[in-house]
Design a protein around this ligand. Structure first.
Ligand SMILES: Cc1cc2nc3c(=O)[nH]c(=O)nc-3n(C[C@H](O)[C@H](O)[C@H](O)COP(=O)(O)OP(=O)(O)OC[C@H]3O[C@@H](n4cnc5c(N)ncnc54)[C@H](O)[C@@H]3O)c2cc1C
Length: 815
């Protein structure tokens, strides 16, 4: 047994490329008291057999930034450490065999420009010049990323390990971690085959074992392994050694030159989950049995794209396991359940290209106590607790692997492991024609198909099949009244004599308000960034109801729970499942509700931003006069078992008012016209309320201070370097989704953070931050610009406004 230290500041479990990258970056930051424990040998899990593609373009800005950093790191790693890495910046060509795929590639190219990535859009002929063995049959176009590359995963991991050791990190191989210790809600160390190690921080980098490692501490790490296939051909005469990587996503395949041979790998649409009952104890440098039948149809397609394969002969048929997550994004950060326990796992077959960036930002996160920038896309706090369910993970993994190369359609919905979390109204909505979308397993009506129309998506980059149905829902809300099932909201109660003081410190807005008042507020971090965006209702002097979105339920609840100081007399409860929510929205909502309740509803009796317990039908419900759509309206919080009867009453009473059921796509269109911000897109932990135009929700002079106030004050004095604006495209034949570049007088000044077609305004709308080369962004500067938004390589004129385009004075809301 090796001699192990009794304590380390940081213990890393797992010596794959991710664990080694983290160790390297901790050492770079001067944190040397790090112990990395590997149960067998470095790289023996998944890393050793990776194909070694290192691409940079990811679905979002920050993930692209991380992949970009990885390339830069690998480029210099051999020079720095003296350990060969095999990294070559050969570039990559991605080809499109359909117009839709070409649009996807061109939209990606436009996004890449936002982040300073070099990218060229190519004709099929030009693609062939870069990749001479390519058949251009059926190709529509291509893009070329000159800075993409490939690397040797084993050598690169060894180089990171060498860099880490030089920085003082201790790496011990052949020593298995067997347990995680905790004390007082914190991690306190690990158990190993050679005894215990006390630790302040433990990081779970155990690859496909990470779910099981999480279970030791009763922590959810939702990932599942799947079989992943590639072949290596016999040597091919004359194969250029600096051939770029080729990706043919329509044929689910990638191609890489590999010492005079071709390596061809696949992301097939229906994958084979593996290791559901646990990863074998003995697994090290192993491979799984070949399954030629599974991959055969794709081999035939690959031969059509690269005809030389027909005669090349196969030298290796490789099948190795890799871990996948339910949403195809990796899991990073401190787990919500246990302080000091971090995770970096579930890399969905892009762990080599992600490891550099993920290791760097996780090192920063650990040492600084917060992520260096918005990492919500990969933050483990996005996961719902149920997602550790093994059957759910296995079933979803069938689909996850193929998603990497599937069309990334706007509004694309998962097809596997559906119907997990349902509102009590689910069946009623389904029989009314609802087409459901899923958020954290919750089925929510996105739009309603009229009688005779099947409620299913037909995807495209243009107006999809539901466009007109959703437009009708939108118009009903603007002109009459619409009913939304918003039961998926996260709902918390904070109760106790100190509840007001605790919440007062957390909220930027004033929440020490009379009972019955509803407050829209943000929770800020010390840097002034927005951690949460929610409504707070004072139910009683010592009790608050806090409402947030479905997607942030776990994150926000843990922020709340962790913000209660020791000894404070306040307790937080997650009551999300106790209440269903109906949003009754539109100019006729008051008159409709009046037919079902005896209480007064006019503005004197029931003003905007207040909440009351009222009778509706036979039930007693909490009605809150607030809106996310910009009209008069009420959110009804109904004890779950009453919601079906209340819903039936409303639907029956709604007939004379022209009530229409409405879904989340209409909600999004309505909120976009009002420029209401959406956390996770328009606002995040790196955006301040001042930059986001939410200063109206900052109570500068409230008694006592609030977290983040000093940072806001500094920003206010210095002037804002970026500002969120509303955008409207001047043409209605192209759709905005998000991440489209914004140009001002021919200069790139920002990107669209969220978007939707606005049916009242008749235009594609967006929100986005503008910046001015580090100078203050003033209303005058904004007003003086000529704007364009780039959609799939084409710049289209746009209007820009600091105020919402629809009802900027919010008169309709307060009527
Ligand atoms: C066929 C194939 C091709 C791929 N091609 C690419 C590619 O081209 N580009 C790309 O970016 N990605 C690729 N990938 C994905 C990439 O290989 C993985 O995402 C990456 O290697 C994951 O690294 P990791 O460090 O998270 O996991 P691993 O490499 O599996 O490391 C985890 C380590 O933890 C150790 N461990 C587990 N439990 C314990 C314990 N209790 N105590 C101590 N140690 C423990 C394991 O032994 C293992 O060494 C490919 C994957 C496959 C299967």
């Amino acid at each position: 047994m090796p001699d192990i230290p009794s304590h380390a500041s940081v213990v890393i479990i797992g010596g794959g490329i991710v664990g080694c990258s983290l160790a390297y970056h901790l050492a770079k930051r001067g944190c040397a008291d790090v112990l990395l424990l590997e149960r067998r040998k470095l790289t023996c899990g998944t890393t050793w057999h990776a194909a070694g593609l290192v691409g940079q373009l990811r679905a979002t800005q920050n993930l692209t930034r991380l992949a970009q950093y990885t390339t830069q790191l690998y480029e210099g790693l051999e020079r720095e450490t003296g350990q060969a890495t095999g990294f070559r910046q050969v570039g990559s060509v991605a080809v499109a065999a359909s117009e839709a795929r070409f649009e996807e590639l061109k939209r990606g190219a436009s996004m890449a420009r936002c982040f300073g990535l070099e990218v060229q859009v190519l004709s099929p002929g030009a693609a062939r010049e870069r990749w001479p063995l390519l058949s251009t049959d059926g190709l529509v176009g291509a893009v070329f990323l000159p800075k993409d590359g490939r690397t040797n995963p084993v050598d690169t991991t060894q180089a990171l390990a060498r860099g880490a050791r030089r920085g003082g990190v201790r790496i011990i191989e052949d020593l298995k971690v067997t347990g995680i210790h905790k004390s007082n809600g914190r991690v306190s160390g690990v158990a190993t085959d050679a005894g215990d190690v006390r630790a302040d921080i433990v990081v779970n980098c155990a690859g496909m074992w990470a779910r099981e490692v999480g279970e030791w501490a009763d922590v959810s790490v939702p990932l599942h392994a799947a079989e992943h296939f590639y072949i290596v051909t016999q040597p091919i005469a004359g194969l250029p050694s600096e051939l770029p990587i080729l990706r043919d996503a329509d044929a689910c395949s990638y191609f890489k030159e590999d010492t005079g041979k071709l390596l061809v790998g696949w992301f097939e649409p229906r994958a084979k989950p593996w290791g559901t009952d646990g990863i074998p104890e003995s697994f090290a440098f192993d491979q799984l049995p070949a399954d030629v039948n599974h991959i055969e149809p794709l081999i035939a397609q690959a031969m059509q794209r690269v005809p030389v394969l027909e005669s090349a002969g196969v030298q290796v048929f490789f099948n190795g396991p890799e871990s996948f997550t339910p949403d195809d994004r990796y899991l990073l950060g401190e787990v919500p359940e246990l302080r000091g326990l971090y995770v970096a796992a579930g890399f969905n077959s892009i762990g080599i290209q992600s490891a550099g960036g993920a290791g760097k930002v996780l090192a920063d996160w650990i040492l600084d106590g917060h992520p260096p920038f918005d990492l919500w896309d990969v933050d483990i706090r996005r996961c719902a607790p149920f997602q550790r369910n093994t059957r759910y993970l296995r079933d979803r993994t069938v689909e996850s692997l193929g998603l990497l190369y599937a069309m990334h359609w706007p509004f694309r919905q998962a097809e596997t492991a559906r119907g997990v979390r349902k509102s009590p109204l689910h069946d009623r909505l389904a029989s009314a024609g609802a087409c459901f979308g899923e958020v954290a397993g919750y089925e929510r009506a996105n739009w309603f198909a009229p009688t005779g129309v099947e409620p299913r998506y037909e995807y495209s980059y243009g107006r999809q099949n539901w466009f007109e149905y959703s437009a009708a829902e939108h118009r009903a809300v603007r002109e009459r009244v619409g009913l939304f099932d918003q039961s998926s909201f996260g709902k918390f109660v904070l109760r106790g004599p100190d509840a007001a003081a605790v919440l007062g410190r957390m909220c930027a807005n004033e929440v020490d308000v009379p009972p019955g008042k509803v407050v829209y507020t943000q929770w800020l971090n010390e840097r002034g960034g927005i951690e949460a965006d929610l409504t707070v209702t004072r139910e009683a002097v010592d009790s608050y109801l806090i409402v947030t979105s479905c997607a942030t339920q776990a994150r926000d609840f843990h922020w709340l729970a962790r913000s209660i100081p020791q000894g404070a007399r306040a307790v937080a409860l997650d009551v999300s499942s106790a209440y269903a929510v109906l949003g009754l929205m539109g100019p006729c909502s008051r008159d409709l509700l009046a037919t079902l309740t005896d209480g007064g509803l006019d503005s004197a009796a029931f003003p905007f931003a207040t909440s009351q317990l009222i009778d509706v039908g036979y039930a007693r419900v909490r009605a809150s006069r607030i809106t996310y759509v910009g009209e008069l309206g009420y959110e009804l919080y109904i004890p779950t078992e009453f919601v079906q009867s209340v819903y039936d009453e409303i639907v029956a009473a709604g007939k004379p008012f022209g009530l229409r059921l409405a879904g989340y796509h209409a909600l999004n269109s309505l909120r976009m016209e009002k420029a209401y911000r959406h956390w996770g897109h328009d606002i995040s932990d790196e955006d301040s309320p001042l930059e986001a135009g939410l200063q109206f929700a900052v109570a500068w002079s409230k008694a006592g201070s609030f977290v983040g106030r000093d940072a806001l004050e500094r920003q206010r004095v210095a002037g804002l370097r970026r500002r969120l604006v509303a955008l409207a495209l001047e043409r209605d034949d192209r759709m905005l989704y998000h991440n489209e570049p914004i140009w001002r007088n021919g200069e790139l000044v920002g990107r669209v953070s969220s978007a939707m077609f606005g049916h009242t305004l008749g235009a594609p709308l967006g929100l986005g931050y503008l910046s001015n080369r580090g100078e203050p962004v003033t209303p005058e500067w904004i007003g003086a610009g000529r704007y364009e938004i780039e959609v799939a390589d084409e710049r289209i004129p746009a209007r820009v406004s600091l105020r919402p385009f629809y009802d900027p004075a919010s008169e309709r809301v307060k009527q």
